[in-house]
Design a binder for this molecule. Structure first.
Ligand code: FES
Ligand code: FES
Length: 150
């Protein structure tokens, strides 16, 4: 059994320790906002926070997370109204939407470290997260909007 904290709640997982966090979140806890893209740490669709840092949930064995705090898109804000989520709506960022929870979680980690990032800093930090629909310019605008409102 592995005890961890997910979105502020204590969780006990009976998954095998080598199970990727992504599958514990999606299959065991029903937190399907975190997406499976590549499964290999190259797309960012599965981005969540562990201890406030952005990580690829597809790469992290749940056995490494005992006692750690995990935050998913469902836990980013109680009402889904985090400044980034409001900015995402205002800038109409998503197209198919598949990559977007990972994008928002990555952006939230950026703003936690750098509340007023430059366009270049945003592009650089967000470069780990791919979008097949090419919403990159709107992502930058939305992060800038959220930074201005935070
Ligand atoms: S699914 Fe984890 S990085 Fe692509
Ligand atoms: S909105 Fe479709 S992959 Fe990013």
């Amino acid at each position: 059994m592995i005890d961890l904290i997910v979105n502020g709640e204590a969780v006990r997982s009976d998954a095998a320790p080598e199970t990727a966090l992504l599958w514990v979140l999606r299959e065991h806890l029903g937190l399907t906002g975190t997406k499976f893209g590549c499964g290999a740490g190259v797309c960012g669709a599965c981005t969540v926070h562990v201890g406030g840092q952005p990580v690829f949930a597809c790469l992290i064995p749940v056995g490494d997370l005992a006692g750690q705090e995990v935050t998913t898109i469902e836990g980013l804000s109680p009402e889904g109204d985090h400044p980034l989520q409001r900015a995402w709506v205002a800038e109409q960022v998503p197209q198919c939407g598949y990559c977007q929870s990972g994008q928002i979680m990555r952006a939230a980690a950026l703003l936690a470290e750098a509340p007023d990032p430059s366009r270049e800093e945003i592009r650089d930090f967000m470069s780990t997260n791919l979008c097949r629909c090419g919403t990159y310019n709107r992502i930058v605008k939305a992060v800038q909007r959220a930074a201005g409102e935070a």
